[in-house]
Write a protein that binds this ligand. Structure first.
Ligand code: HEC
Ligand code: HEC
Ligand code: HEC
Ligand code: HEC
Ligand code: HEC
Length: 428
């Protein structure tokens, strides 16, 4: 019965939020967090305990740079990680798509979103000041917090710093151990938990008691990974999304990353004098979860017949890959996602008379934010519901998801003149 909500647990969670939710800069007196890490699960349960406690002021003797929570400060010494992170979606986790909603949400609702989008207590406090929420600090943020921290989204400190102590993976070859004397920020605690897929699950997997639809959780990435061959081969989220420990986190927004995960082929066969057949196969060969894993993105696959001289192109078949649900998330229309190792096939027969055709074209388009495209568009139909500032953010959010669309594949193969077949392959 793990799927049913336990009222007692809910009550405890609510109480916990009330007790620790007060927005303040000071950390409650508690252990400094230097306790040696236990088994991975125990470490992660502590590391991702929500809501995260305030980091508190840096220990005595830290310079302004070393004590600062701002990603730029970390970047003064960890340049590569900072340069990478800046280009990733984690650094943009607070954008107009969140901000317009925060303007019409209660503090409690928005704090729930920030658990994944901007999880530090200091970020919630800054947001409370910005939106004028009831539970906001009465003093300006101390220097080590930095004015911009809320807008910086999923920052270094959210993953690496607790109570001002640094945690990281076991050092790379040639790098000092965490307890080497003289290291800035008093060194660090190394734990293999950072190399485990469960580290990411805290935000990329719905908990067992989370909402689901048709028996399927809204976010099931970790479970999909667990069931795949990649889990058995020790290919983790980090292996694919943080190769060589790079902080890039490329995903469905990046065409090169998506192509890397797929093998796509288009084969055209001449069945007889009057008939040709086209068959496109999209196989998931290097994706550690469903393609795509969330209900948000959609992949549009279309086959066209093209007439002599490249003219008279017409659609002969189309399919959408993804999980499609209504805007209120209460009804699923279809689920055509491709599991790891699986394939999606789109085939069509085409009469070559009376409209002649010489080529077949396969086009694949990706909308990484298709669900939000629909949601934002729907809201824009009622501009009178919003004040000017909210509307402006909503428009920006809509423009952003539309701009994220791209063409993944545009492939043409000739229709063979006599019985036979022609074939082309892209990616892998
Ligand atoms: C359990 C973690 C989690 C929580 C809680 C969460 N999100 Fe997200 N959110 C994600 C992830 C992961 C993505 C990226 C994948 C995707 O597009 O679905 C995302 C993407 C988004 C996006 C699209 C990208 C963007 O920045 O515009 C919006 C909008 C969004 N979330 C809004 C919200 C709102 C509003 C809430 C609170 C009601 C919320 N999220 C709560 C994890 C979370
Ligand atoms: C979403 C969580 C997350 C965020 C945000 C994040 N990191 Fe990391 N970081 C990790 C994980 C996980 C690893 C270990 C990866 C591995 O072992 O494959 C890591 C590794 C590291 C390492 C060790 C690198 C090495 O080569 O040994 C450093 C240093 C580091 N991060 C600094 C930073 C800095 C600085 C930022 C911000 C600019 C940052 N991290 C943001 C999760 C994160
Ligand atoms: C004054 C320079 C300096 C600043 C500022 C700094 N660090 Fe470090 N950090 C170091 C040095 C030096 C090491 C040890 C060598 C290494 O692992 O890169 C280290 C180690 C680490 C490690 C351990 C890497 C591993 O192998 O596991 C993490 C994680 C880390 N720092 C995170 C951060 C974060 C997050 C910030 C900002 C909140 C930050 N550091 C700010 C200098 C700095
Ligand atoms: C504290 C919550 C949190 C943690 C921990 C976290 N993520 Fe994320 N991740 C997010 C959110 C939120 C987004 C969406 C940001 C946005 O677009 O607004 C995201 C986006 C991504 C994306 C980009 C997806 C796309 O649409 O292209 C990838 C890939 C990703 N995360 C992988 C990872 C991996 C791998 C780890 C573990 C090392 C991890 N994340 C840990 C919250 C988290
Ligand atoms: C074998 C490589 C591989 C592994 C392992 C893997 N991913 Fe991915 N991931 C990809 C590729 C390729 C994409 C782009 C295609 C796609 O969106 O499915 C992607 C996309 C994503 C996205 C974009 C959103 C979406 O709807 O697809 C997120 C978020 C993500 N991965 C998180 C994770 C997390 C968390 C784990 C571990 C539980 C993980 N990935 C394991 C290769 C991998």
């Amino acid at each position: 019965m793990s799927g049913s909500a336990n009222p007692m647990r809910l009550l405890i969670l609510v109480l916990a939020v009330l007790v620790t939710g007060a927005a303040a800069w000071q950390s409650p007196p508690a252990s400094h967090g230097k306790t040696p890490p236990g088994p991975i699960s125990r470490f992660l349960a502590q590391h991702w305990i929500y809501p995260l406690a305030p980091e508190g002021p840096p220990p005595k003797g830290y310079s302004a740079l070393t004590g600062s929570l701002s990603p730029q400060s970390c970047g003064e010494c960890h340049q590569q990680q900072y340069e990478d992170w800046r280009t990733s979606l984690h650094s943009r986790a607070i954008g107009p798509g969140l901000l317009w909603q925060f303007r019409i949400m209660s503090q409690t609702q928005a704090n729930r979103c920030m658990r994944c989008h901007a999880p530090l207590a200091e970020q919630k406090a800054l947001a409370a000041m910005e939106f004028g929420w009831p539970d906001r600090p009465s003093t300006p943020p101390p220097a080590y917090v930095g004015q911009q921290l809320f807008h910086q989204g999923l920052t270094c400190a959210a993953c690496h710093v607790r109570r001002q102590h640094r945690f990281g993976p076991p050092p790379s070859p040639g790098m000092p151990a965490g307890n080497t004397p003289g290291l800035p920020h008093d060194g660090f605690t190394a734990t293999p938990a950072f190399q485990h897929s469960r580290f990411c699950a805290t935000c990329h997997q719905s908990p067992p008691w989370g909402r689901s639809l048709d028996g399927k959780p809204f976010e099931n990435t970790y479970a999909e990974w667990r069931a795949s061959r990649f889990a058995h081969e020790h290919v983790t989220c980090q292996t694919c999304h943080m190769p060589d420990r790079r902080h890039l986190w490329r995903g469905i927004h990046d065409p090169a990353m998506v192509r890397q995960g797929l093998r796509i082929s288009l084969r055209v066969t001449r069945v007889d004098h009057h008939m040709a057949e086209a068959r496109a196969v999209i196989r998931s060969v290097h994706i550690g979860h469903d393609f795509p894993t969330y209900l948000v993105p959609k992949v549009y696959v279309t086959l066209y017949a093209v007439g002599p001289g490249g003219r008279d192109a017409r659609e002969i078949a189309r399919q959408t890959i993804g999980r499609s649900v209504n805007l209120r998330l209460t009804h699923e229309y279809f689920d055509t996602r491709i599991p790891p190792g699986g394939a999606s096939v789109l085939a069509a027969r085409l009469a070559l008379a009376p409209r002649p055709a010489t080529k077949i074209r396969l086009r694949i388009e990706v909308s990484p934010g298709a669900h939000y495209e629909r949601l934002f568009h729907h809201e824009l139909l009622h501009p009178e519901h919003y004040d000017k500032a909210t509307l402006s953010l909503l428009r920006q959010a809509f423009a952003q998801v539309v701009a994220a669309r791209y063409q993944l594949v545009n492939l043409t193969v000739p229709i063979p003149a006599i019985n036979g077949h022609s074939r082309r392959l892209v990616a892998n």
